[in-house]
Design a protein around this ligand. Structure first.
Ligand code: BCA
Length: 140
């Protein structure tokens, strides 16, 4: 089954590259965190900042695996995509990818983020408003 994807275009910046002129790999994770923020911003009126700041719901990463398939260079135009693979009780399984506009897959990530209380930092069930927004946007 294919699931709806959220995508943004991105131009690889100087500040994201190492002296070899290719993306320094941790930068992909920063780009993907920005992508997750933008995605949540489209789903919830309070957005990602409000989820953290007002709702006091954290989304820490519990599991992260990455495969690097091809290099990305400064100035490359890429598409960053995020897809909800599974909506669990207290976690979300995400599939992320960076693909050149030339269609060449640069890298992929599988990530599990857990919903937590920012008061206790313990896992909590995915809050109803987030679950509803995710279910509406990503009917499985
Ligand atoms: C995430 C945790 C609170 C989970 O605690 P646990 O006691 O394991 O919780 P539970 O046993 O109740 O499991 C909850 C769910 O998480 C899932 N889970 C927990 N650990 C894992 C791992 N390792 N892999 C996959 N799934 C996992 C588990 O299967 C449950 O899934 P559901 O079926 O959907 O309910 C705890 O492991 C923890 O604090 N880990 C450290 C997290 C961390 O420091 N991550 C790195 C940086 S965090 C960060 O960058 C950040 C970004 C944004 C923010 O808002 C906050 C922080």
């Amino acid at each position: 089954m294919t699931h709806p994807r959220f995508e943004v275009k991105h131009r690889i910046r100087f500040s994201e590259c190492d002296p070899a002129g290719i993306v320094f790999y941790p930068q992909y994770f920063v780009l993907f965190n920005d992508l997750m923020e933008a995605w949540i911003d489209t789903l919830l009126p309070e957005g990602f900042a409000g989820t953290i700041g007002q709702k006091r719901c954290g989304l820490p990463t519990a599991h992260l695996e990455a495969d690097f398939k091809a290099i990305s260079r400064m100035g490359d135009e890429v598409v960053l995509s995020i897809e909800l693979e599974r909506l669990g009780n207290k976690s979300l399984n995400l599939a992320l990818a960076c693909t050149g506009v030339d269609g060449v897959l640069r890298m992929t990530v599988k990530q599990t983020v857990v919903t937590t209380s920012l008061d206790t930092h313990a896992a909590i069930p995915v809050p109803d408003h987030l679950r509803q927004a995710l279910s509406a946007a990503h009917p499985h």
